[in-house]
Design a binder for this molecule. Structure first.
Ligand code: FES
Length: 151
């Protein structure tokens, strides 16, 4: 699987980020495994240390398995002022996790994010590629329920 992804790109160092992105996006657990790093290292002829350096530098990458749905709650000031703390507390209770953790059923990983670019609708969160704004605790409960039903 990793070889196939690598082969879509020219084997140049400039493509490292693109390859890592695709590997993470297409993995059902949204992460980059040691095996994937080995494969990319061989393909681009880069030391694995260099790749791990990139993975730790960018917070969007994960080297541990994550849930099927990645929740990113905005923690920047405009969302904070509009109550993102309450939304975070609610999400933790609903999912039974702390920030950075994955729910026991493997459905959700809860993460924090910087501004998601839709401050007019604060507080805001993203689940995978979908944006949810003007959040209230009730709305969050409905959204999580919708995802649970969809599984
Ligand atoms: S500050 Fe939260 S979306 Fe911009």
């Amino acid at each position: 699987m990793y070889k196939k992804i690598c082969s879509k790109y020219e084997p140049t160092k400039d493509n490292l980020i693109h390859i890592l992105h695709e590997i993470q996006d297409t993995h059902p657990q949204h992460y980059i495994s040691d095996e994937a790093v080995e494969e990319v290292s061989k393909y681009l002829n880069l030391p694995t240390n260099h790749i791990y350096g990139v993975l730790t530098f960018y917070s969007m990458y994960s080297t541990t398995p994550r849930g099927k749905n990645i929740i990113r709650l905005c923690e920047s000031p405009p969302c904070y002022i509009k109550g993102s703390e309450n939304i975070l507390r609610k999400l933790k209770v609903l999912l039974g996790v702390e920030t950075g953790e994955t729910s026991k059923d493997g459905l959700f990983t809860l993460e924090l994010s910087a501004c998601l670019g839709v401050c007019g609708n604060a507080p805001v969160m993203m689940i995978n590629e979908d944006v949810y704004g003007d959040l209230t605790e009730e709305k969050v409960e409905e959204i999580i329920e919708k995802y649970r039903r969809a599984q």
